[in-house]
Design a protein around this ligand. Structure first.
Ligand SMILES: C[S@@+](CC[C@H](N)C(=O)[O-])C[C@H]1O[C@@H](n2cnc3c(N)ncnc32)[C@H](O)[C@@H]1O
Length: 234
């Protein structure tokens, strides 16, 4: 059988779909995820592109909505506004943010290899590795950042909803925490209950959301922006 370009495309599509689903099987185990991303870092960008991944662009556009700008009371384009992209992976959020604002941001990730690719993008001021969002990471002080983003990481088998505590700790009171949550993950882990508990505890308030926004060809995600109140300390 001759290999024509349509056959090639459908093979690429199958492989990239398998790669995305493969990453979701590790039951929140950081060591296994690190090993998987060590191998996947080289082809992550092309695989997620192949599957129509639009999380980073959607989250960055979301950040620039007037409602969030007013809430934040400082300009995202101001060099004094500090932004941490937690679980930055290969740096797609940083690239989208740089394209939109001309500004570089901070990044962190669990994986050495993914962080390495993110550094090469030139979209980050600094990228830290071995940052596990299930723990308190002492390299960061409480309330350190004006804005914290986390895109594509609240997804099957990656970070537990409890990781929100560390993201809240990193965000200053009055600052914004903006995340994507894959729809099937939201449903499977009662994510709504988790964030309502944070609201009831006075940790943050919901400022804006996108319900079923663009994410992957196969599935949408919800996007949330919270205004941190307490800057909860773990
Ligand atoms: C699907 S990728 C998303 C990367 C990027 N934010 C994006 O939107 O393309 C998920 C990332 O989460 C990271 N990750 C997995 N578990 C983590 C944890 N416990 N703490 C921090 N990062 C984690 C992985 O290393 C990977 O880079």
């Amino acid at each position: 059988m001759s290999i024509n370009s349509e056959n090639m495309k459908s093979t690429d599509s199958k492989i990239s779909n398998i790669a995305i689903h493969g990453a979701m099987k590790f039951d929140f185990h950081p060591g296994k995820l690190k090993k998987y991303y060590e191998k996947w870092s080289n082809t992550y960008d092309s695989d997620v592109k192949n599957q129509g991944y639009r999380g980073p662009e959607t989250l960055v556009e979301f950040l620039f909505r007037p409602k969030l700008q007013t809430t934040l009371a400082c300009e995202l384009t101001d060099p004094n506004t500090s932004l941490m992209d937690a679980g930055c992976g290969t740096g797609l959020v940083g690239k989208a943010f740089l394209a939109k604002s001309g500004r570089k941001i901070f990044g962190s990730d669990l994986s050495h290899e993914m962080a390495g690719v993110a550094r090469q993008t030139g979209a980050y001021l600094k990228v830290d590795e071995n940052v596990d969002l299930h723990e308190k990471n002492d390299i960061y002080t409480d309330n350190q950042f004006d804005v914290v983003t986390c895109c594509g990481t609240f997804t099957g088998g990656h970070v537990k909803p409890a990781a929100m505590s560390e993201l809240i700790r990193l965000t200053r009171p009055g600052g914004i925490l903006a995340i994507s949550v894959r729809k099937s993950y939201y449903d499977a882990h009662d994510f709504g209950d988790h964030y309502l508990q944070h609201i009831e505890s006075g940790d943050f308030e919901l400022v804006d959301s996108i319900v079923c926004g663009p994410y992957l060809k196969e599935e949408d995600a919800h996007y949330f922006a919270f205004r941190v109140i307490s800057g909860m300390v773990q």
